[in-house]
Write a protein that binds this ligand. Structure first.
Ligand code: ATP
Length: 229
């Protein structure tokens, strides 16, 4: 059997049960030997809004570590990598994947995990067709982001590359696996808004349903998301 590695990148501001469910589902479907959870560096790519910037990288990394510790994946080594956060310059996903391909070797199966919201806008990514030279894409359905809304160029790519999970386990890169069963209506944007709006009502003793208790404690301790700053 070839080495099977999954990379799950995200802003993770904060990491939530939607992320953890996606990571768990794909680790099992692809029988991953390693899952690399990769928080993004500071926002060249993503501002949450003029008054609402992405949280500092060290907070997102700490929460990602707490989230990864919740994953129950006995067959998979879970690694939280700070590579992107430690970089002084921004990096495109294609470069990140090229560098991970180098690390895992040419013979490994390498998969990049994402939600459907990312796939429908893939053609806006820098040199997106090259992603398939390095990795497979594993895509989880996400409420509100129909793949039918993908541009014709992405729809054609999906039609050509779509494959079942087992095919990704025996091929190095270039396929797309879409999981339509996972469709969790949780978003980090929604979580931040909810905490901001009802911080008084939410208390430490009763963690919200969308996050592990350890991350809720961290958010409370560090007063994250509680004001528009
Ligand atoms: P926001 O709501 O601020 O956009 P997000 O949770 O989508 O936050 P990221 O932390 O960057 O943002 O997400 C990391 C990855 O997880 C992305 O590929 C995203 O598509 C995926 N993802 C996040 N939430 C879900 C979900 N509920 N279902 C499926 N995929 C998800």
């Amino acid at each position: 059997m070839m080495l099977r590695v999954g990379i799950f990148g995200g802003t993770f501001d904060p990491i939530h049960h939607g992320h953890l469910a996606l990571a768990t589902a794909f680790a099992k479907r692809l029988q991953l030997n390693q899952l690399i959870v990769l928080p993004a560096g500071q926002p060249w790519q993503k501002m949450h809004g003029a008054l609402n910037t992405v949280s500092e990288a060290h907070h997102r990394l700490a929460m990602t570590r707490l989230g990864a510790a919740q994953l129950d994946l006995p067959e998979t080594e879970v690694i939280v990598a700070s590579d992107e956060i430690d970089r002084t310059s921004s990096s495109y996903t294609v470069d990140t994947l090229a560098s991970w391909r180098n690390k895992v070797g040419a013979d490994a199966s390498l998969a990049f995990l994402m939600g459907a919201d990312q796939l429908v806008q893939l053609d806006a990514w820098h040199q997106w067709p090259r992603l398939f030279d390095y990795a497979h894409l594993c895509v989880a359905a996400r409420p509100g982001f129909s793949l039918a809304a993908a541009s014709p160029i992405i729809a054609a790519e999906i039609a050509q590359r779509a494959a079942p999970a087992h095919a990704l386990q025996t091929q190095e890169h270039g396929l797309i696996f879409i999981d339509t069963e996972l469709a969790l209506e949780i978003s980090a944007t929604g979580i931040r808004a909810q905490i901001r709006e009802s911080a008084q009502a939410l208390n430490e003793a009763t963690p919200p349903s969308f996050l592990p208790a350890s991350i809720w404690r961290y958010i409370r301790q560090h007063h994250l998301y509680q004001s528009e700053s």
